[in-house]
Design a protein around this ligand. Structure first.
Ligand SMILES: [Zn+2]
Length: 291
């Protein structure tokens, strides 16, 4: 793999600009943006090697998450939200959670699904999941399947070749299976609308190699030989988080100001952002293309 990216990694266009924003954790890597499909990506993947994922080297950046329990607590808010969305889709299904971390979502899936397995390259996480009695594989090639439902929550952006991974995952789907992919949206309102200085310098970091636009995600799916029934906007974090960023220049509002997250307000705010394509995440529900 060429470690210095020149053309767009999704649409291959050479019309590339360097973004003004820098990474929060590196001065030597810059962020490129494709004029054609709106995809952003790091100019170099040289820091990515097997140890980066296998030994959890990337976790060294995250000193606020120490160990399995901290991780579980930190992601509980999101995992519960993810589970509420996919719950109706996994009843009595064979499920694979790709990039399952410490298995928190798998625990929620287990009572509803027929079976649940995980894929997790980071050794200590995978070993923890296995110690809880789950089948958890180091790589997609080790998972046999087929699976009726494969979830890929905020994983594709970490992977050097997301098109290849989509293709590999589709090979593990049952004929009527569903691949449920969620990635961060490069046009997140915090950056594209509110233009918050602190957020701009927080947004890009070494772990995220790719920053998908709606267009580039659709293109990646098509290039993998797949078809998305639709790509919708989703907000991991809503009004409380955004107000808190505007006031204090940092995340955490979803916990500190949770009173702002009434269901109807959250719904309407999410709808307004999605209509402008500035939700913080994009969700694609993908099925195998008809032969
Ligand atoms: Zn492009």
């Amino acid at each position: 793999m060429d470690l210095n990216n020149k053309n767009c990694l999704i649409c291959e266009s050479s019309e590339i600009d360097e973004r003004l924003q820098k990474l929060r954790d590196s001065n030597s890597i810059s962020v490129l943006s494709c004029r054609s499909c709106g995809h952003s990506f790091l100019n170099s993947f040289g820091h990515i090697n097997d140890a980066y994922f296998e030994r959890g080297q990337f976790l060294l950046n995250k000193d606020y998450i120490d160990g399995v329990e901290d991780r579980r607590r930190h992601y509980e808010y999101e995992n519960q939200n993810r589970f509420e969305r996919i719950g109706p889709l996994i009843i009595n299904k064979d499920v694979l959670d790709f990039g399952c971390g410490v298995g928190s979502l798998m625990e929620k899936i287990k009572p509803l699904a027929k079976t649940v397995e995980g894929v997790e390259p980071t050794d200590p996480f995978r070993e923890h999941v296995q110690s809880q009695g789950y089948a958890c594989h180091a790589a997609i090639d080790d998972a046999i399947g087929p699976y009726d439902f494969i979830s890929v929550f905020h994983v594709l952006e970490h992977i050097p070749d997301p098109i290849a991974v989509l293709r590999d995952l589709s090979g593990k789907l049952s004929p009527n299976g569903l691949l449920y992919v969620e990635v961060p949206n490069v046009n997140d309102a915090l950056v594209s609308l509110y233009d918050i200085e602190a957020c701009l310098s927080f947004n890009f970091f070494k772990d995220h190699l790719h920053y998908f636009s709606r267009h580039s995600l659709g293109l990646a799916i098509a290039k993998a030989g797949l078809k998305a029934a639709g790509i919708s906007g989703h907000n991991r974090f809503g009004l409380a988080n955004h107000m808190y960023w505007l006031r204090y220049g940092k995340p955490g509002g979803h916990l500190e100001w949770s009173f702002l997250e009434t269901p109807s307000l959250a719904r309407e705010y999410a709808r307004a952002l999605a209509a402008m394509d500035i939700s913080d995440s994009l969700v694609a529900q993908i099925r195998l293309a008809e032969k």
